[in-house]
Ligand binder design. Structure first.
Ligand SMILES: Cc1cc2nc3c(=O)[nH]c(=O)nc-3n(C[C@H](O)[C@H](O)[C@H](O)COP(=O)(O)OP(=O)(O)OC[C@H]3O[C@@H](n4cnc5c(N)ncnc54)[C@H](O)[C@@H]3O)c2cc1C
Length: 389
C-alpha cells in the first residue's frame, strides 16, 4: 500500500508563507466557537450586503478558492498540474432565484465547460443544478406536485439548460458532473441526470451523477443505475461523495415529520461509501468513478479494490479527488503514485463563495481529527524545511 502521508510530496508546491497561513487558518477553524461566529457574521453580511471581502479574501478565500474568474485560477491550476494533479473548475454561486440571474449563471457555466475543452489540466466540467432553476420548482417536481404554467416553463428551461451544458461538454470532449445537493431537490435532479446519461453516455461516460453515500437509499440507487446501464447499454458516470448537508437534512426531517434520509451513524456512511466503490470497481466496464473524499481509508480502499481487480494505478476511468485547500497529502501522494487525481477548484465573487467557505470551515471544525492531522502535517513540514532536511 502506498504512503499517503509523505509531507514533502504533499506540500511541494506551497511556499513557507502559504504553509504558515494554512497553519493559522486551520488553528482558527479548529475552534467551534469561531466557526459559529463566522457562520453568523456571514449570514448577517449577506443579508445586509455588508462589505466583507477585506476580511475573507486574504484568509479563507485565498486558501480554498482559485480566484474570481477562470483566468485567475490558472496559476493555481498550473502549479498543481506540474505535479500531475488536475483541476475541476467549479463556478460558485448559491441560490439564485430570478430568471435574469439564472441565465447569467448559465452563460458562465457554459463558458466554464467550453474552457475545460481547451486545457489538459481540466479533466471534467461541473455544475450545481440548483443554479439553473428555482428551488421551488425542483422541490415540487421532486415531490410529485404539479406545476403551474409559469413553473412548468421554468422547469422546461431547466431541462434545456442542463441538456445544453451536457452537449457543450460532449463538444469539448470532457465529461461533466452534476453535483448533488439537498435531499428535497434530488429526485428531480436524478431524473434529469438519468435522461442525460441515456442521451450522451452510449460509448463512454460523458455525464456523471453524484451519489451522496450518507443517504441510506443510495446503494439501492446504485443497483438501479447498474440495471439502467445493462438495459440501455450505456456507461454510467458516478461521482461519489459522503454528502455535505447532514445536519440540515436531519433537522429538516425532524421538523417535517419524515424519516431522516441520512444513515444513523458515521460508520454506516463509511461502509456504504466503501461498498459503493467496491461495487463500482467490480463493474468498471459499466461504471466510471470519480471518488470525492478526504477520507484516507476510503482512498486506500479504492486503491485496494483496483489492485485486486488487476487495474493499473492510472486506469483512465477512475479518478480520486479532493477539494482545493484540503488533504493535499492524499492528492499529491496519490498523483505521485500514478493515480488520476483532481481537485475541485472553486471560483467566483467573495459573496457568492461565502456559503461554500462557511461549509468548509464547519466541516473542518466538525472533523476534529482531520483538522488536527492537517495541522500536524503543516507543522512537520515547516519544521522539516527550517531544519534544511
Ligand atoms: C471532489 C469533491 C466533490 C464534492 N462534491 C459534493 C457534492 O456534489 N455534493 C455534496 O453534498 N458534497 C460534495 N462534497 C463534499 C462531501 O460530500 C463531504 O461533505 C466532504 O468531502 C467530507 O466527507 P469526506 O468523505 O471527505 O470525509 P469524512 O470526514 O470521512 O466524512 C465526513 C462526512 O461523513 C458523513 N457523516 C459524518 N458524521 C455522520 C454521522 N453521524 N452519521 C452519518 N454520516 C455522517 C457526512 O457526510 C460528513 O460530511 C464533495 C467533496 C469532494 C472532495
Amino acid at each position: 500500500m502506498i504512503d499517503l502521508n509523505n509531507i514533502e510530496i504533499a506540500f511541494k508546491i506551497r511556499s513557507n508563507r502559504e504553509l504558515r497561513n494554512a497553519h493559522f487558518l486551520f488553528s482558527m477553524i479548529k475552534s467551534p466557537f469561531l466557526v459559529r461566529l463566522l457562520g453568523f457574521l456571514s449570514n448577517l453580511a449577506l443579508q445586509m450586503r455588508l462589505p466583507i471581502a477585506w476580511a475573507v479574501k486574504p484568509t479563507l478565500y485565498r486558501h480554498f478558492v482559485g480566484g474570481e474568474t477562470i483566468e485567475e485560477c490558472f496559476p493555481a491550476m498550473d502549479r498543481m498540474f506540474a505535479e500531475n494533479v488536475k483541476s475541476v473548475l467549479d463556478f460558485s454561486i448559491e441560490a439564485v432565484e430570478k430568471e435574469a440571474e439564472i441565465d447569467k449563471t448559465f452563460q458562465e457555466l457554459k463558458h466554464s465547460v467550453v474552457n475545460s475543452g481547451k486545457h489538459e489540466a481540466i479533466p471534467f466540467g461541473v455544475f450545481k443544478p440548483t443554479a439553473l432553476t428555482t428551488h421551488n420548482v425542483l422541490k415540487k417536481v421532486s415531490s410529485g406536485i404539479s406545476l403551474n404554467p409559469e413553473e412548468q416553463a421554468s422547469y422546461d428551461n431547466f431541462v434545456q439548460r442542463v441538456d445544453a451544458l451536457c452537449s457543450e461538454a460532449v463538444k469539448a470532449g470532457k465529461p461533466i458532473m452534476i453535483d448533488a445537493e439537498d435531499y428535497w431537490f434530488q429526485k428531480a435532479i436524478d431524473d434529469v441526470t438519468e435522461e442525460m446519461m441515456l442521451k450522451y453516455n452510449k460509448e463512454t461516460a460523458l455525464v456523471y451523477a453524484t451519489l451522496q453515500m450518507y443517504r441510506h437509499d443510495r446503494l439501492d440507487y446504485l443497483q438501479h443505475l447498474i440495471q439502467l446501464s445493462k438495459t440501455h447499454n450505456i456507461i454510467i458516470g458516478i461521482k461519489y461523495v459522503r454528502g455535505a448537508y447532514m445536519e440540515k437534512e436531519r433537522a429538516r426531517a425532524a421538523e417535517g415529520g419524515y424519516p431522516s434520509p441520512i444513515y444513523p451513524s458515521k460508520k454506516d456512511t463509511d461502509d456504504a461509501f466503501n461498498e459503493a466503490l467496491r461495487i463500482s470497481v467490480e463493474n468498471c466496464d459499466r461504471i466510471h468513478v470519480f471518488c470525492g473524499t478526504h477520507n484516507e481509508e476510503s482512498v486506500l480502499a479504492l486503491m485496494k479494490y483496483m489492485k485486486n481487480k488487476g487495474l493499473p494505478n492510472n486506469y483512465p476511468s477512475i479518478y480520486i479527488a479532493q477539494l482545493y485547500g484540503m488533504s493535499d497529502n492524499l492528492s499529491f501522494n496519490a498523483a505521485k503514485a500514478g493515480y488520476n487525481v483532481a481537485k475541485y477548484l472553486p471560483y467566483g465573487k467573495v459573496r457568492n463563495v461565502l456559503p461554500y467557505l462557511v461549509r468548509r470551515a464547519e466541516e473542518n471544525s466538525a472533523i476534529a481529527g482531520q483538522t488536527t492531522r492537517e495541522l500536524i502535517m503543516l507543522k512537520q513540514e515547516l519544521k522539516r524545511r527550517n531544519s534544511g532536511n
